[in-house]
Design a protein around this ligand. Structure first.
Ligand SMILES: *Cc1c(COP(=O)(O)O)cnc(C)c1O
Length: 424
């Protein structure tokens, strides 16, 4: 059933992709060491880190090693859980473009702004990275049935990779989730349920399925490997900037795997000594004021977040009222001297248009929130004019069937157009 993504591995100069550099797994809440050769979920109800023997990685490869490798997240094989070619469940995800955005930068008085465009990944969002990794590992452990609570994009990605692997997927999403997310799950043959409630209610249903019929729980951070897939966004960014990191990164935050994974990547690269200077970016967690549990906890100086009541935002990927890895998000923000801020829910559509028009990139509403954050942080001077800033476009705007306020004119022929309005 497994399909090799490298039928002609001419370009892949892997030393030994099946060799594992994983030293152990580690409970994130208490640092307890856990074995990596068996299925792991949560430890004391909290997430688990994957840890590597960085000395052994250093002895076996260097940044140069990756140059001639395939253009996907699997080029960093030594820094990922062991997955030989013939075990990969992959759709070619990764190595998304890093695009300079001068016009958008100038809008905010900045000069060095980049967007890393994850909208071009399989299933149209960065979720494919984490699920490619997590499904590959689940498949290796002979798991056959996986279930996921989702705000939308994770469900579509799980459905796709499950189809690729020949595994069963059960997806639970809020009933008002985009029709496109619903359709992709059904297309790939996942069993889809619409739930009257938010992602936390979906999560409780998956937990019941785990207890009653033994489904494997693919919820954000409830197994150790999704973070490792998300981590590749940070590895790519470092490589694309010649192993030097930007000053500021803005990331829309829901369950937090994206931000946590990127920060983990930077720390591993620093410990490996692969960065050309000592600069670490300030990580900015961006939420909507319609759902901002992490921002509230950050403002109160707390390490754990209160569930956010009546969560409401059109940026469905960040409509996550409670995150099991809240302390991991808040630690990354604090360690990086970053910040967390909530932007005006009612302005998200305007920022989406502004960002798309100034960049040509199909910005999702979650990333539009980051455009709003960029506006306030550049105005306040928290981001300086010459600083290098990166925003992640986490998904494709095409996945969100927004009804535009303005209805375009409908015509039958050229005669109905008043051409004088277009003459220069
Ligand atoms: C899931 C999602 C997010 C939030 O990412 P987390 O890693 O869960 O914080 C942001 N944007 C989009 C488009 C998403 O699908």
């Amino acid at each position: 059933m497994t399909q090799n993504i490298n039928p002609t591995p001419a370009k892949l100069e892997s030393t030994n992709p099946s060799k594992s550099f994983v030293s152990h797994l580690e409970g994130a809440i208490d640092g307890e060491h856990l074995p990596s050769n068996q299925i792991q979920t949560l430890h004391n109800d909290r997430p688990i880190w994957v840890r590597y023997d960085l000395e052994a990685i250093k002895a076996s490869c260097s940044p140069k090693t990756f140059v001639n490798r395939e253009s996907s997240m699997w080029r960093y094989r030594e820094l990922l859980p062991p997955a030989p070619d013939d075990t990969l469940i992959s759709l070619g995800e990764g190595m998304s473009p890093l695009l300079p955005c001068l016009k958008l930068a100038e809008t905010f008085g900045l000069s060095d702004l980049w967007i890393k465009d994850e909208s071009q990944l399989p299933t149209g969002s960065f979720k494919s990275r984490g699920l490619a990794m997590a499904v590959t590992m689940a498949h290796k452990f002979d798991i056959t049935q996986m279930a996921i609570p989702t705000a939308g994009n994770a469900g579509g990605a799980l459905a796709a990779y499950a189809a690729r692997a020949g595994m069963e997927a059960f997806v639970f999403m809020p009933a008002d989730t985009s029709i496109i997310n619903q359709e992709e799950c059904q297309l790939y043959g996942a069993k889809l349920y619409l739930v009257e409630g938010l992602i936390n209610v979906c999560g409780a249903i998956v937990k019941a399925g785990k207890e009653k019929v033994g489904w494997f729980d693919m919820s954000t951070l409830k197994e150790p490997y999704r973070i490792e897939g998300k981590k590749t966004m940070g590895l790519e960014l470092a490589e694309q900037f010649n192993w030097s990191l930007p000053d500021v990164i803005l990331y829309p935050t829901g369950g937090g795997t994206g931000l946590i994974g990127i920060w983990k990547a930077f720390n591993e690269l620093r410990e490996l000594g692969w960065l050309t200077d000592s600069k670490m970016p300030r990580m900015v967690s961006v939420q909507s004021d319609g759902c901002c549990p992490i921002v509230r906890a950050f403002e109160k100086g707390e390490r754990h977040a209160e569930p956010f009541p009546n969560a409401k935002t059109i940026a469905s990927g960040i409509r996550v009222p409670a995150a099991v890895g809240d302390f991991m998000i808040l630690d990354a923000i604090m360690e990086s001297n970053g910040t967390a801020l909530a932007v005006d829910e009612n302005e998200i559509r305007n920022w989406q248009e502004l960002g798309a028009r100034a960049s040509g990139i199909a910005l999702c509403p979650e990333t539009a929130a980051c455009v709003g954050a960029l506006e306030s942080l550049s105005t306040s001077g928290w981001i300086k004019k010459n600083e290098r800033v990166v925003i992640f476009n986490t998904g494709a705007s095409q996945k969100y069937p927004t009804v535009n306020a303005k209805t375009p004119p409908t015509i039958k022929s050229a005669d109905e157009i008043d051409w004088s309005q277009f003459t220069k």
